[in-house]
Write a protein that binds this ligand. Sequence first.
Ligand SMILES: [Mg+2]
Length: 405
Amino acid sequence: MSAKTGEAGPGARIAAVEAFVLVGDKDYVAGAGLRVATGAATARPRRTLAEIGDLHICGYPPQAQTCLVKLTADDGTVGWGEAHAPLGPRATKAVVEDVLGPILLGADPLAIDLLWERMYGSMRLRGHSTGYQLEAISGVDIALWDLAGKLLGVPIYRLLGGPYRVELPAYASGIPGATIAERVAAARGFIDAGYTAMKLSIGRGDIDSDLATAAAVAAAIQGEADLLIDAHGAYTAENALYVGRRLQDLGVYWLEDPLTPEDVDGYVHLTAALEMAIAAGETECNRWQFAERLARRAVDVILPDICRAGGISEGRRIATVASLHATKWAAHVSMGSSVHVAAAAHLAAASANFLIFEFSSTPNPIGEGLLTAPLHPEGGFLRVPDGPGLGIAFDEERLRVHIAG
Ligand SMILES: [Mg+2]
């Protein structure tokens, strides 16, 4: 038995491994700092976020940024991937090039599973099984699938054994507006655009205000679209149950991330106490993390982000674990490039237990505008690209404008 598996046989070899920091506006990189969103705590003890305060709130960059991965085969064929990198994308770039690069150079690009295990194993016993390491692996994995599809001349969803569907139901993520009236108008606009589901963000202020907004939007779209609610891990146990019961009465389809992600017991309790679906999982990464939550019935719908959770390969394994528990997954797709959208779309097209696709309603300077052809939902459905690999192509000139390093 050869110890050099993955390094024998005919065909292309990986000749170059590169990663790029992609930003909306390169000027900000040198100057502007991190913006930390804060919860607006009030003096009212029961219906505010005072118990948790700012501890759970994510840091956000001043604008969209991500890390692209480019693999080049020795015949010149290129595969693109994306590693989710909302903060510190230069760290992700370093992991791709310095940690994963030596594993990949000279290897057979079709040996995707083997290379995934090698990349994961490279830092596993040191505890690096999520975070920047797995986000970097995600980017490389997606680039490997893109490269394989291009080398073989078929779209990724066919390599994965699909499609179950090529028109993916999508929801509008984020209902913008400074007032309830503006949010109701935005929700009606999504219905006019063909969406049959949309997501409202709550949990960063007064609970009564959040519930009033949810009630108004729910009434405005009742019978025409499902309302999803994202609480961003904001609540204590008692507040989550309080809010959940009222959202349930409004007919809300799912309540996303009501609690801090580490509180698995809390999720088990809440999921049992509410008939409404509890959705979570953008925080979870590898299949083991999802397996624990699924086996304990801590969640009704999981939300893996394949640019964070190990790419298309691990995303498929996570979907399989979910299928053991009759659970569906919805694609978490936050602000990044269209590589993220396309990669999630291919997995969704080829997955039996896919539910719905997230598409951000926020204008995105590093989104589809960098492609040669648009990639967004039409009439509430996203059509999976049909070309080889990811089936998308960058306009190299427009891409170059946004590469910061
Ligand atoms: Mg979310």
